[in-house]
Design a protein around this ligand. Structure first.
Ligand code: SF4
Length: 359
């Protein structure tokens, strides 16, 4: 897809872009709602009406029915989820249409359907409920809606697991292997009851007997930002600074999660940092834009990213610039909005509403 903002915005100063956004907000009042994910650039997060994780922001999108225009500064699946939860007359926009999520792209509808057919063929699908991480396409959310399933974010994954296991013996989770594995372990599922479906391999690379016995079927997807962090980085840090605190996101690998002082969603990480006393050294295992914002907000604490390589950038979250946002708010009538076909919207909406209920 080709996407370019005009020179008017590309050549404008930061101050001018900020002013364009403020003027649009002033003119439109409650009719315009700007949402920004925690991983957005500092200047974008600064002008948003709400900054939050994907759970918080979907809640805002579902609550603010007075907003005719919802501008979602995040990645595609987030804007899609806002569109699914919004009322019919509301319009949702993604300021940079190229902002996708590589992890969400690892679960393709056809591949997931193939795995589900295998579960049907071996006679276990009736005893299985699919649970999709928020980071997935609308068509996959609709599949969950059809099959008694739901959606979760990193902040309600454990509650969503409970929702499923209260009803059936097996849970099919996609696309993040690590969030699924970590939640399964916290939930007490032993390793010999967990299998990972590798969509690149014939029949997921799992023998059918193991698939029949498994209570948790995971998808071989991951976030390249959070898999940057390693347990050895925690060990090195603790050797030099035994008092340092380590907080990480549950999309990190199990060994990292297991050795961290605290683990939780983006919102949890923000709260954890806020609660630490002044002077605390805090190594954070998540996206760099959030870490930089926290360091800026709490200069009395020493906040830095865990790997020490300053590399955990989500290039897709970083795509949205102030120029994109200014362009969007000034051209709402002509800018392509996010549209989810009504049949998909209805079924995906069911799965998302279940998510909002189990939080
Ligand atoms: S941080 Fe990872 S999971 Fe989140 S949008 Fe970026 S690639 Fe996707």
């Amino acid at each position: 897809m080709y996407f370019e903002v005009s020179d008017k915005y590309r050549q404008a100063t930061d101050e001018q872009l900020r002013e364009i956004v403020y003027q649009a907000k002033k003119k439109m009042g409650d009719r315009l709602l700007i949402l920004a994910h925690h991983y957005q650039r500092l200047e974008v997060a600064d002008v948003a009406d709400f900054v939050g994780d994907s759970y918080d922001l979907s809640l805002k999108a579902s609550q603010h029915k007075e907003a005719e225009y919802i501008v979602f500064c995040g990645v595609h699946f987030m804007a899609e989820s806002a569109e699914i939860l919004s009322a019919d007359l509301q319009k949702v926009y993604l300021p940079n249409p190229l902002a996708g999520c590589p992890m969400a792209d690892m679960a393709d509808l056809d591949d997931v359907m193939m795995a589900w057919k295998t579960l049907q063929d071996i006679g276990v699908a009736d005893n299985t409920i699919p649970l999709s991480y928020m980071n997935s396409a609308a068509a996959l959310k609709a599949f969950c809606g059809r099959q008694r399933g739901l959606i979760c974010t990193s902040s309600n994954a454990q509650a969503a697991f409970k929702y499923v296991y209260d009803k059936v013996d097996k849970l099919f989770f996609f696309p993040d292997e690590h969030l699924g594995y970590n939640t399964g372990r916290w939930f007490g599922i032993p390793d010999n009851e967990i299998v990972v479906w590798d969509f690149r391999q014939e029949e997921g690379g799992i023998d059918l007997e193991s698939l029949k016995k498994a209570r948790l079927i995971l998808w071989k997807g991951h976030c390249h930002v959070h898999t940057n962090f390693k347990a050895s980085q925690i060990a090195d840090l603790k050797a030099k600074h035994p008092d340092a605190k380590v907080v990480v996101h549950p999309e990190c690998e199990w060994e990292v999660v297991k050795n961290a002082d605290a683990v939780g969603s983006t919102k949890f990480i923000v709260n954890y940092i806020e609660e630490q006393p002044a002077g605390t050294m805090i190594a954070v295992g998540t996206e760099i834009n959030l870490i930089n914002r926290m360091a800026h907000q709490f200069p009395d604490k020493k906040i830095f990213e865990l790997s020490g390589m300053k590399c955990p950038v989500c290039a897709n979250m970083y795509r949205t610039t102030m120029a994109d946002l200014a362009n969007t708010v000034e051209s709402l009538g002509s800018f392509d909005r996010i549209v989810v076909p009504s049949a998909i919207k209805a079924e995906a909406g069911l799965a998302l509403k279940r998510m909002l209920e189990v939080h």
